[in-house]
Design a protein. Structure first.
Length: 327
């Protein structure tokens, strides 16, 4: 493998933040492999998004506004990415570990007879070989894998696994429509889950709750009002999800989602390593806990010791009062 190809995920004119993270890591990987860094942007708005991606350290941004990409199920996307991969030669292909990214990955490995690694938290090159770090067995162990005897490798990467860093002058290239292709599976309607993955993983503020909340109700009556006041999203620990207090779509940690907000507020969370790996890249970490000796105190920027059931309502009121004063 030499080149690195990023499959861009976007919706309604907005590129997912993970795309910029993958574009930044693609540059580092391509340099280590001695190849080029590519991105593939398809569907409505691709041209404008391609111009946006020029600000990131890619060599080539391949674009097509082919209406078939949005009209039909994922097959047109596979045809375009397949064409770019075969033109680039042996390549590492990166997609986000999302519903869309996993769907693309599964079809690409069949099309390209590619190797596959899923749910990666890190991708690096050591000794000229791509190595993928990912949790396995429900997070009980972390594995390091390498591709063997394959020209192409496909990796789905957790959002927020890498930092995005602008800087580059990529060339935007218009893709030709793959010849002789016909499609039948039409997308009639898209239905989003109320607690969609985009909101939590891309939120600038995350208010997260743990076992200390004591049950499901405080997630709605305490955390949600504070998150709304700050324009953020609600998250949770695995313990809270396992207890059935919140859906697993809100779980943050080694076996859940990785978030990287500007502000992370951990409410009633001890801060075990399994949770830490899912939020350690947050800009500012504030912990609210009745126990001053909890593990999260060791890496939080601010630890507030006290009764969360009194602190959170007061904090929410202060946020509302501050906003009202600036209207």
């Amino acid at each position: 493998m030499q080149s690195v190809i990023v499959v861009v995920e976007h919706k309604k004119g907005h590129t997912r933040k993970v795309t910029f993270e993958l574009a930044t890591r693609a540059r580092k990987l391509a340099d280590a492999l001695g190849g080029k860094a590519h991105a593939v942007v398809l569907g409505a708005g691709a041209a404008a998004l391609g111009e946006q991606l020029k600000q990131y350290p890619l060599d080539l941004v391949h674009v097509s506004e082919d209406a078939d990409v949005d009209r039909y199920l994922v097959d047109p996307t596979i045809d375009y990415v397949d064409a770019v991969a075969k033109s680039a030669g042996p390549s590492l292909i990166l997609t986000a570990n999302t519903m869309f990214g996993r769907d693309v990955a599964g079809r690409l490995i069949a099309r390209l007879s590619a190797g596959y690694n899923a749910d990666a938290t890190d991708v690096r090159v050591e000794g000229g070989q791509v190595r993928v770090i990912a949790p396995k067995l429900g997070g009980a162990t972390m594995t390091t894998s390498a591709f063997k005897n394959c020209d192409y490798g496909v990796v789905t990467v957790r959002p927020n696994a890498f930092a995005a860093a602008p800087g580059g002058a990529a060339q935007v290239v218009e893709l030709a429509k793959p010849a002789g292709k016909t499609y039948t599976m039409v997308v009639e309607e898209e239905v989003e889950e109320a607690s969609g993955e985009i909101g939590l993983e891309e939120a600038a503020v995350v208010i997260s709750g743990g076992r200390g909340l004591g049950g499901p109700e405080p997630f709605t009556t305490l955390l949600k009002p504070l998150a709304d006041a700050l324009g953020g999203a609600v998250g949770a620990t695995r313990a809270a999800a396992d207890a059935g207090w919140v859906p697993y779509s809100l779980q943050i940690g080694q076996t859940g989602k990785t978030v990287s907000p500007q502000l992370y507020v951990a409410v009633g969370i001890s801060g075990a390593i399994q949770h830490k790996v899912g939020m350690r890249t947050a800009g500012t970490i504030v912990a609210i806990n009745k126990d001053p000796g909890v593990p999260i105190a060791e890496f939080a920027d601010l630890l507030v010791v006290g009764d969360l059931f009194k602190i959170i309502p007061e904090l929410t009121k202060m946020v509302h009062d501050a906003k009202a004063a600036h209207v």
